[in-house]
Design a binder for this molecule. Structure first.
Ligand code: AVJ
Ligand code: FE
Length: 446
């Protein structure tokens, strides 16, 4: 491929991804009426109309003004859509753009962005190399699409979003419940993935002791056993902060579960249905995940353990982009991109397994790790401190792997998400791990 050809291909790809991503944002904001768009469905979330105009405002700031060097479209509204100025709970009271104005605004910005994309070099400075700024803004919109979906899940009312259920897990397969990852060094993070965000960089060697990790995320059936064994009433399984939160928030089961007529039901995007036993549990907070793990005689994996399980190839010693290799995700690898509106049953996606056979690390549910959000050795904020650096703190816990609601561009083996340990409106689940006993995990590396 000549350079001119590959530059052209990159521009075409960026344009296609911008269109594809905006179609999803449109579905999520056109599914409800104007009243629903401006209303706050939960104090944890913004009104959907805020997310929409905020998507356009970030795009304007970075691509129209910074990369494109163009005049502002609307410099008067920057302050309204600055996430650091107004907490989510206060956003409905702001003089926000209305639904029609917000739609016109994002489309005016987008027209200018296509014009900028036509003329700007996609190399020569870090913000432009490989189209990074466009990749960053695409991922930003996709992240807000996932946030808007969490708002839809909290919204009360008749269902407005529809999608086919994921296919059942392949019949007749067998796999061990947990997998041994031998001790040894691996490469964590990346210095080469073109659209990786600052907190994923740089690549660095990490020594990891041998450990066992669950082959799949923890299922609803397994989690219900914890609930029914009285797990929410037994302080032994909870950390001090976890127990205090359990009591104060009155937690009894995952968010959206109710027990009725001898079985568990859940509300999913406005529809009430039995909790499917084989699906990964979701809408649990870090404290619940921690308590379940302790009850099960396990613990949460560290972030390094999770990434080693997901990326390390023992045959070559290198780290892959994804568990299955370096190829971009397809529907055979993982449940991503809001193709379905729920996780796939545990044991799905054998083609997406890691070299050692760990499944469903990418997609389905975000997985809580035991690790606080921090910068890797050699971290440098890029292109702005407010994406990651200002959140580096042990009070934010790292989640990995993306959910069924995460776009394939906004998720990879190195991608890091974070949230407070009490949050569970996100599509969060987990898997458990335990130390290898001496002798089990030795000799695999070093
Ligand atoms: C990476 C998901 C924690 O939603 O707060 C969106 C992504 N940053 N706009 C968030 C983000 C700025 C971020 N998370
Ligand atoms: Fe944002």
């Amino acid at each position: 491929m000549t350079e001119a050809r590959s530059d052209e291909a990159l521009r075409t790809q960026i344009a296609a991804e911008l269109d594809r991503t905006r179609r999803r944002s449109s579905v999520l904001t056109e599914a409800v009426d104007d009243g629903d768009l401006v209303q706050q469905h939960s104090p944890l979330m913004s009104p959907l109309v805020w997310d929409l105009a905020h998507i356009g405002n970030q795009e304007e700031l970075w691509l129209v003004r910074d990369v494109g060097g163009r005049e502002p479209v609307r410099s008067d509204i920057d302050e309204l859509y600055d996430a650091f100025r107004h907490p989510r709970k206060d956003r409905p009271q702001l003089p926000l753009l209305g639904p029609g104005e917000a739609r016109r605004y994002v489309s005016t910005v987008r027209d200018k962005v296509f014009d900028v994309l036509d003329g700007v070099p996609l190399e020569g400075q870090p913000l432009l190399d490989s189209g990074f700024a466009f990749g960053m803004i695409l991922q930003h919109e996709q992240q807000h699409d996932e946030t808007m979906l969490a708002t839809h899940q909290l919204r009360v009312g008749a269902p407005v979003l529809h999608a086919p259920a994921p296919p059942p897990a392949p019949a007749g397969q067998s796999f061990p419940p947990e997998i041994l990852v031998p001790a040894g060094e691996f490469t964590m993070g990346t210095s080469t993935e073109p659209w990786a965000l600052d907190n994923e960089r740089p690549a660095h060697a990490v020594q990891v002791d041998g450990f066992w990790i669950d082959t799949t995320p923890v299922s609803n059936a397994a989690y219900a056993a914890f609930v029914e064994a009285g797990g929410y009433d037994d302080q032994r399984w909870w950390s001090a902060e976890g127990w205090a939160h359990r009591v104060e928030a009155g937690l009894r089961a995952p968010s959206s579960w109710q027990h009725d007529n001898g079985q568990w039901w859940r509300t999913r995007f406005g529809a009430v249905e039995p909790v499917p036993p084989d699906e990964p549990v979701q809408h649990v907070c870090w404290y619940e995940a921690e308590a379940y793990a302790r009850w099960a005689g396990k613990r949460l994996p560290t972030e390094a353990e999770w990434e080693k399980a997901a990326r390390h190839d023992p045959a070559t010693g290198r780290s892959r982009r994804f568990p299955w290799g370096d190829d971009d995700p397809t529907p055979e690898h993982a449940n991503l991109g809001q193709r379905h509106l729920q996780p796939a049953p545990v044991g799905s996606y054998p083609d997406g397994a890691s070299p050692l056979g760990v499944r469903q690390l990418i997609g389905d549910v975000w997985e809580w790790t035991s690790t606080g959000f921090h910068g890797y050795p050699g971290f440098a904020a890029f292109p702005y401190r407010e994406y990651s650096e200002v959140f580096f703190s042990p009070t934010y816990k790292v989640l990995r792997g993306g959910s069924w609601a995460t776009d394939k561009l906004a998720c990879r083996g190195t991608f890091r998400n974070w949230d407070y340990p009490i949050r569970r409106q996100i599509f969060s689940g987990f898997r458990t791990a335990r130390d290898a006993v001496p002798g089990e995990g030795e000799g695999g590396g070093a």
